[in-house]
Design a protein around this ligand. Sequence first.
Ligand code: CS2
Length: 494
Amino acid sequence: MKNYKLNSENLSYISERITVPQYDRTTIKTGIVHVGIGGFHRSHEAFYTDQLLEDPDNKDWGICGIALLDFDSRIYNTLNEQDGLYTLIVKELDGRHTNRIIGSIVEYLYAPENPIAVIEKMASPEVKIISLTITEGGYNYNEATKAFDFNNPLIQHDLEFPNAPKTIFGYITQALKLRQSRGLKGVTVQSCDNIQGNGHMTKTMVLSYVGKAEPGLVDWIESNVSFPNAMVDRITPATAPLDIVNLIKTDGVHDAWPVVCEPFKQWVIEDDFIAGRPAWETVGAQFVDNVEPYEKMKLSLLNAGHSVLGILGALIGYNTIDQSVSNPNIATFLHNYMDVEVTPTLGDLEGIDLGNYKTSLLERFGNINIKDQIDRICSESSAKFPIFILPTINAQLEDKGDITNAAFVVAAWAIYSLGKDEKGNTLIIKDAMQPVLSAKALESTKNPEAFLEIDAVFGSLKDSKPFVEAYTTAYNAILKHGVEQCVFDLNANI
Ligand code: CS2
C-alpha cells in the first residue's frame, strides 16, 4: 500500500481509504475563531462543524484555529504542514476504528509569533463567534477571593503591553476594542470548557479584565457581546505514538497528530448568539434555554467520576481509566458516590434519565479501546477539584447529606500529591500549583488538615467540622490500609 502524507494535495488519494470532506475547502469562509486547538476542540466543535460544512448553505462557518501559548507551536506547525487537516479516530466500543479526515479548520495562526494578526482576525467583520477551549485553569479565577486574579504575572504583562498580549483576556480586549472603534457589529464569545456556567464565568472574567484595561469598553461589551453557557462532552485521551503508527499501517496515512476519541458526543448550548450562529442542531447539538442542569450533571458525574477513578487508580498503580473502573471495588465506590452523594445535589433534570446516564458513564469509562491516561485525568487537579467535586461537598454539607466518599477522594488526592503510588513508584504531578500541592502534602503527613489550607482550591472547606473529620479519618485509613482495602470497607458500610 502506498503511503500518503496528509495534506490537501493528497486528499483525493486518501479518500479511497478514509472518509474525507466532500466540500471544497477553498470556498469556505472563516466565521469562527477558536482559541485552543488541542485534542478536545478537534474531536468536538471542529468535528460538528466539519459535518455542518457538508451542507453548501453553511459555507460561512469555517474555523480559524489559534495556537495561543508558546508550547502550542507543535500543533500549529502540524496543522500548517497538513493544510489544517487531521484525522479523527473514533474508537468504538467493539474495538473498530472509524476514521474521518476533518477539514473545518481552514486557517490557523500562532499567536506568539503574530499577535496583531490574531487580534485582527478576531476583530474581522465576517467572524461571528470567538470560541474557547482554554482549560479550567485558563479563566484566571481565584477560588479563595472568588474573583479575577490580577496577581497573575501574565495578566500584568497584558495590562502593560496591550498590543503584544499573552493571555486570552488581552487578546479579546484588543479585538473588541477594534470592533467598537470601527463601528462593527458585536460577536459571541463561546466557552467550550468544563466549568459550571462557563458563559457566565467567561463574561465575568472578561469584564473584570476590561474594567481595568479598557474601562470605556465595558458598556459596549454589555450590549454587543453574548456569552452563551454550554455543556461539552467527548472523552478525548492524549494521542499515543501507537495511534500515529497504526494509522500508517491500516490506511497508509501519515498524520503527525491525529486525534482519538470515544464514539459518544454531546453539546448542549444556550441559544444566545448575538451575531448569528451555525445550525449545529442539524448535526447533533442541542439548543436549550437553560443549560445549567446539564452542565451540573456532566461536571459532577462524568468529570468528577474521572477524577475519582484517576486519583484512586493512580495510588493503586494503574495507568488507564478502564483499568481503574474494571476493579469492582473502585467501580462500586464510584457508583455509591454518584448515587448517594452527587444525585441529591442535582435537582430537577427534566427530560433526562439519570439512571441511564450513570450506567452509560460506567460503560464509557470502561471502553478498553480508549485507554484514557490516568496521567491526563490527574493533571491540573487543583483547577478540576473546585469545579468537579467540591461543589458536591458544599451542597451536601449544606443539606447535611453524606460526604464520606467525596472526602475520601480529597484525602487520596492529598496523598497522591506526595508523588508516590502505593508501590513506591514516582507519580509526576502536572499541575500549575504543583509546588504548593507538594509542600502542603508533605505537611499533611504530620497534620492531615494542612492540605485543606490551600485556600485557592478549598475556599473555606477547612472550617467545616464534618468535612474535616471525614477527610482526616480517610487520610489516616488510606495511609494505614491502602486504597483498595479502605474502598472495600466503605462499600460494605453502605
Ligand atoms: C476529564 C475531561 O480532564 C478531565 O479530567 O474529565 O477531559 C473529560 O474527558 C471531558 O470533559 C469529556 O467530555
